[in-house]
Design a protein around this ligand. Structure first.
Ligand SMILES: CC(C)(COP(=O)(O)OP(=O)(O)OC[C@H]1O[C@@H](n2cnc3c(N)ncnc32)[C@H](O)[C@@H]1OP(=O)(O)O)[C@@H](O)C(=O)NCCC(=O)NCCS
Length: 150
């Protein structure tokens, strides 16, 4: 039997250090403050639904994660839109389909929560990441992100 050794599960509050560790390998810079805010929102705010998953290898070591948010609007009505704001696969574990597995499970999880559309932002110059999202059926949105320098 050719069972995939990678397991996907919901993120837990005590995954914090492993998530920060993978993110540091991906970006080559540590940003625990960013994740402190995100984990606070995910695990302690009633305004957001948990939409974050981790990938583990056979030894139970985290090899990747995906984080997203679903805002529960006024009156607790679930929004049909969600965001995918961070994805990261350990650089030593890439090109094995883990990113694809994370995206597929993320989609399946959000579908069960009633989400109809997922948005993400990608740096225009990050052609590898754009290629990855395109291969995973993301396409340019009709909304344009505007900015103004101060
Ligand atoms: C984008 C990212 C998540 C992809 O992770 P990954 O696990 O390598 O993704 P996959 O393995 O599913 O797909 C990558 C490639 O490997 C290929 N692949 C998948 N399984 C394979 C296998 N068994 N053998 C060979 N190649 C394989 C895929 O076809 C894909 O090829 P392509 O690029 O030519 O389309 C990862 O590169 C990453 O973390 N990048 C940094 C993201 C980042 O900047 N995050 C911070 C801001 S959000």
């Amino acid at each position: 039997m050719n069972e995939n050794p990678i397991k996907i599960r919901l993120m837990k509050a005590d995954d914090f250090d492993a998530v920060v560790g993978i993110d540091e390998k991906v970006l080559k810079a540590s940003r625990p403050e960013y994740y402190t805010v995100k984990f606070e929102k995910l695990f302690h705010s009633t305004d957001y639904l948990l939409a974050s998953l981790v990938a583990e290898d056979e030894q139970g070591t985290m090899v990747g994660f995906v984080m997203g948010e679903i805002y529960i609007g006024e009156f607790g009505i679930s929004n049909e839109k969600a965001t995918l704001d961070t994805i990261g696969v350990d650089p030593s574990c890439r090109q094995k389909g883990i990113g694809n597995l994370l995206i597929n499970e993320f989609m399946a999880h959000l579908r069960t929560l009633g989400v109809k559309k997922i948005f993400t932002l990608v740096d225009w110059n990050d052609s590898k990441l754009i290629h990855f999202f395109s291969a995973n059926h993301f396409s340019p949105s009709k909304t344009i992100n505007l900015e103004r320098s101060l």
